[in-house]
Write a protein that binds this ligand. Sequence first.
Ligand SMILES: Cc1cc2nc3c(=O)[nH]c(=O)nc-3n(C[C@H](O)[C@H](O)[C@H](O)COP(=O)(O)OP(=O)(O)OC[C@H]3O[C@@H](n4cnc5c(N)ncnc54)[C@H](O)[C@@H]3O)c2cc1C
Length: 412
Amino acid sequence: MAHTATPDIVVVGAGPAGSALALLMARAGASVLLLDKARFPRDKTCGGGLTPRAVAVLKRFGLLEAVESIAPQRVTGAHLRSPSGHVWRMEFSEIDSGLPPFGLIVPRYKLDEFLVEQAVSAGASFWPGAGVTDLTMEGRRVVGVAVRRDGRREEIRAPLTAIATGASISLLKRLGLLRRMPPVILAARGYYSSVTSLEGSLEFYFEGDMLPGYAWVFPLGDGKANVGMGMFPKGQRKSPRQMLEEFVRSGPAADRFRSARLDGRIKGYPLRTDYPLYDAHGDGYILLGESVGLVNPISGEGIDLALESAEIAAPVVLSALERGETDAHSLKEYDLRLRRRFEGYFRGMRILRDRAMVPSVLDSLILRSARNPELARTVTGINLGVVSPWVVIKKPGLAWRVLRYLAHRTFR
Ligand SMILES: Cc1cc2nc3c(=O)[nH]c(=O)nc-3n(C[C@H](O)[C@H](O)[C@H](O)COP(=O)(O)OP(=O)(O)OC[C@H]3O[C@@H](n4cnc5c(N)ncnc54)[C@H](O)[C@@H]3O)c2cc1C
């Protein structure tokens, strides 16, 4: 087995979480080796929707202008359609969130390649086609990784390994963090062209058979759209792919797909929304993004949280490397900051998801949000992660009224 020079940090996975960490660490002067089993550009199965939260992080990274230049579409809000056909347009600008009042849609083959390029320009080394097959352990401590590339096996040792492998759990099994895949959202997406009436909005459709779940239509400019289906498995008989095909053929937006063409294949992939199942750090390693289940349990959006996890990790990791102490104790601060920001939010969102994903509640919520600006702002803020979901679970007043919509399904 060949041995390669020792970087300060080896980052496994060049999705948004891994590339963002590689970028921030390289900018700070660390020597970084970023690895991905795929060759880039590669298209991660995704909707490619960058929420205002993701836009805000990219702005803090100084990358917003450049990302806008590769984004075919800006979106200023979302259309939500309830099972009975009520429609509400959620406006991102209507809440005083401190976030930019828009999101972007960027196909992942563009976004991820762009982020890798930024990391490399900042000084990180990148090995595409380099699958990590194992972690090198000394006792409980991770001291490096075993990589297969170009048919050869190599070992890379580093004081710190960052695992950002998305929904793939093989390295998590190796760490003893998971034995099997936890419950996931099952999702599928396809790229369509010649779709009519696309505007600068995300579109979400909640329909009988697909519940608990939804279809999305994300515009990509020039009549193109990323169209997908996300389902929280609860014994539905059909797969997300079948539901997506049905949605396009005969769903509420079917008229707009009459002349549409599917470009390429429909692809499915799971989403992990289970944060926090286990610690995001240990001796010699940290975990980022979806590898700790950081995906919004209702909207299925996780690019923003992947970027944020890297932003939270970078200063902690840098300081640990400077001290030459990369044991679990020295990395704990990352975990604590992550938990402070996301733990309560995720627990609350899962409760809301379980209560809200039924037809009567969705009908009531969407109808009333369209009529009541205060409720609209609360729901928008919860979705963007700037209003705590516990506001409607715990507190009285408006929140209590919202809870009634959610808890008493017959309330209309
Ligand atoms: C159908 C679908 C639609 C979605 N739509 C949206 C959306 O519109 N907006 C949004 O914000 N989120 C969306 N998500 C969620 C989003 O895709 C993820 O949350 C996000 O990609 C997580 O980023 P990450 O960097 O943690 O992991 P990933 O983006 O999954 O990146 C992981 C990387 O690790 C690499 N890798 C894995 N194992 C190894 C290994 N052993 N060795 C080397 N490399 C490895 C992979 O090749 C990959 O490049 C969607 C997900 C799905 C499935």
